[in-house]
Design a protein around this ligand. Structure first.
Ligand code: SF4
Length: 583
């Protein structure tokens, strides 16, 4: 009889995707997925360490689940992901019934680790069956072990061996999909624990990424989000040791042999070319204008032509981007690639240069603003979102005012505001957490209110505009559908027929601070770009008039707008979720 697995996910999209990969690997090993923990032989929690709250929720949940072991001692309990890497000793101390702890870099080992637990248990049964229980060598009678106690720990890899993923994949959603393009982070932001949990950066070879996207399109997916802690440093290091190594290496290649540089902008172009069906036998560099062009993949240890894949219609998104590595080359790729959505999440964290320096972010507020100004020149309809931390150690009223000024200037479509809390193990945790809780709360509220005003204004500007929507799920009420624009705007439309997975066009009829409502115009097979390269957003009765600022990224952590209702839709927010891979 096959075994069953229950897996609960905490954290960001990268954890959601990791969980899908784990379920896929274990299904390939014969496991079935259980919807409830009570029905499972193996229970795993895929955990997050970015905030203490998420860790405590995982500890609490596993504490509850441990009770199941009283009735079923053969149950396997495991904690995987970031918390496993960071809190291994504490996990076994607080949760003595846990059998397995495996970090993010060891997830591909899970089939073997679970087999190891079975083997250890069989050995223990053999010992007990032979009457070799505890004690006995001092004249006292042997006593049988009360419950098979196994402890398998795997947390030591510096990074995930991307080339060694076992067979099998699984995705809950059928319309949108995550594709991991790189893992880990080589930055050292002083508040962030991620480099310690996820390890060094490592990028997947481009061929594998494009093959995976091709398979998704063949399976009917309409949107792919490329995932990584810092997608903008894609290509720095590949599993075979190749890669441009660092910012200087990238600059050197750009000067000496730009055709040989495989970085993130180039990856976007390769993916887009594949989506547009332009890829063909190797004859010209990727930037050539030939309608059938070579896609020479250099720097992934392999070079070869990529097969054309599928009709246009797939949307590409990506997250997360570090501002230091977001270059004009990236903005140009966003402008040039029709499949790449006009949406960028660019976490600024603070508007104060003093605080940015203390956070070790590697840019100033002025440099950041210059970048988004240039982005808006190249991609006028782009939708921009950000992350901001208030109350970082030493943040004064003046520092906070600088953040308010930056937000007013940047006019984000959406912003995720976080109150600073120290994470043990980070450099910032060694500093005094000296901003009072009330001040953090007040600053948080000021920024939330400011962003709400900006978002409402941007939504109102969209009223009367024609937008393309990918319908992702049903709305709360009969005949209601929820979809997203290319700018990741959440829009509710009404239609009696099934629209799931369809690209449709709608006119925005009403914009509130949290939701857009639209009226349908009919199905669209793929994005129709204007000949002048502008966006697809048009004023009703005024075809071609681009609306400044594009549309807004709907808050991931706010779930769906109230009007859309609680939906069992794509990428349901995992417990304790962060909206994006932490930045
Ligand atoms: S905030 Fe982002 S870039 Fe900075 S260390 Fe963490 S994951 Fe890396």
């Amino acid at each position: 009889m096959s075994k069953t697995i229950f897996l609960q996910t905490y954290g960001c999209q990268m954890n959601v995707r990791d969980s899908e990969e784990v379920l896929g690997m274990l299904r390939a090993q014969g496991y079935e997925i259980a919807e409830e923990p009570e029905a499972a032989d193996v229970i795993l929690l895929n955990t997050c360490s970015v905030r203490q709250h998420a860790e405590e929720r995982a500890f609490g949940k596993m504490g509850e689940l441990s009770v199941l072991k009283q009735e079923r001692p053969d149950l396997v309990l495991g904690i995987i992901g970031c918390m496993a890497k960071l809190r291994q000793a504490e996990i076994f101390k607080r949760l003595p019934r846990v059998d397995l702890v495996a970090g993010p870099a060891e997830l591909y080992d899970l089939p073997y680790l679970l087999a190891e637990i079975q083997e250890q248990r069989q050995q223990a049964e053999l010992v007990q069956g032979a009457g070799l229980g505890v004690g006995g060598n001092n004249g006292l009678p042997r006593t049988p072990n009360p419950e098979p106690r196994t402890r398998v720990i795997a947390v030591d890899r510096p990074y995930r061996p991307l080339e060694k993923k076992p067979a099998g994949d699984y995705r809950r959603d059928r319309v949108t999909a995550f594709v991991t393009i790189m893992e880990g982070c080589d930055k050292a932001c002083t508040y962030c624990i991620v480099p310690k949990t996820r390890g060094q950066e490592i990028s997947r070879p481009a061929e594998e990424i494009i093959e995976e996207i091709n398979r998704l399109v063949e399976a009917g997916y309409r949107e792919v989000t490329l995932l990584g802690q810092n997608v903008n440093s894609y290509g720095k290091r590949f599993p075979d040791g190749s890669g441009y190594k660092g910012p200087l290496g990238r600059l050197r290649l750009l000067e000496e042999d730009p055709g040989a540089l495989l970085d993130f902008p180039q990856l976007l172009r390769l993916i887009d070319a594949s989506i547009q069906g332009l890829a063909g036998p190797a004859t010209a560099p990727p930037h050539a204008s030939s309608p059938r062009r070579t896609i020479a993949v250099v720097g992934s240890g392999r070079m070869g032509a990529l097969a054309p894949c599928h009709p246009p219609g797939l949307r590409i998104r990506f997250t997360t981007s570090h501002p230091f590595d977001a270059t004009e080359r990236l903005f140009a790729a966003m402008r040039d690639c029709p499949s790449v959505c006009e949406a960028l999440h660019l976490p600024v964290q603070s508007g104060s240069n003093r605080i940015l320096r203390a956070m070790r972010r590697g840019y100033t507020a002025e440099a950041y603003l210059r970048k988004i100004e240039r982005l808006r020149q190249l991609v006028p309809e782009v939708s921009l979102s950000t992350d901001i931390i208030v109350g970082f150690p030493g943040e004064t009223d003046e520092d906070f005012e600088a953040t308010v000024r930056l937000m007013r200037e940047a006019r984000y479509d959406n912003a995720y505001i976080f109150k600073y809390s120290p994470r043990p193990g980070t450099d910032a945790a060694a500093r005094e957490d000296d901003v009072p809780q009330e001040a953090k709360e007040e600053r948080n509220q000021v920024l939330l209110k400011l962003q709400e005003e900006i978002t409402l204004a941007r939504h109102r500007a969209l009223e009367g505009c024609l937008v393309e929507i990918l319908v992702e799920q049903r709305g709360r009420f009969e005949g209601q559908w929820f979809g997203r624009t290319r700018g990741h705007h959440g829009v509710i439309v009404e239609n009696p027929e099934d629209l799931l997975g369809k690209l449709v066009q709608a006119t925005i009829t009403r914009g509130t601070a949290h939701t857009l409502f639209g009226s349908l115009h009919g199905a669209a097979d793929h994005r129709a770009r204007r000949p002048d390269g502008g966006g697809e957003v048009r004023r009703r009765g005024g075809a071609g008039a681009v609306v400044g600022g594009g549309d807004r990224l709907l808050r991931f952590d706010a779930g769906l707008p109230e009007d859309a209702g609680p939906l069992a839709g794509p990428h349901p927010r995992p417990a304790g979720a962060s909206p994006t891979p932490p930045h």
